[in-house]
Design a protein around this ligand. Structure first.
Ligand SMILES: [Cu+2]
Length: 124
């Protein structure tokens, strides 16, 4: 009986979870062990309150724009989401399995500083 219930739970819940994760890549659900980083977009930079993360542990990018409209894109992941001034922060979760240096770039043209709007962080 217990096994049957867990099979039912997986088949019923999984499609719901998957469909909720569609927009902008990455997951919107924040696991309790996530490494949270607050990301603020402005003209024309990304400000992070943490730049070193552990590999294999989910990273919760808590992203908002303080100025303008920008595209939050983590190179090498599926995360690519628009953030706009005045809108609520967005959570995008990604687990990096490979240590290295990663880049956040702006994927949406936002003015004269757009091409220089990137920042790097580390996964160790
Ligand atoms: Cu831009």
């Amino acid at each position: 009986m217990k096994r049957w219930l867990s099979v039912l739970a997986v088949t019923a819940v999984l499609p719901l979870v998957t469909s909720a994760c569609g927009q902008g890549g990455g997951s919107d659900a924040v696991p309790s062990n996530a490494q949270r980083v607050n990301v603020v977009a402005s003209d024309w930079k990304w400000t992070l309150d943490k730049t070193v993360f552990k590999a294999g542990v989910p990273v919760d990018f808590h992203v908002q724009s303080a100025e303008g409209v920008h595209g939050f894109n983590v190179v090498g992941t599926k995360i690519n989401v628009t953030v706009a001034e005045g809108k609520a922060p967005i959570d995008k979760v990604w687990t990096f399995t490979k240590p290295g240096t990663y880049t956040i770039r702006c994927s949406q043209y936002c003015g004269s500083g757009h091409d220089n709007m990137f920042v790097q962080f580390k996964v160790e």
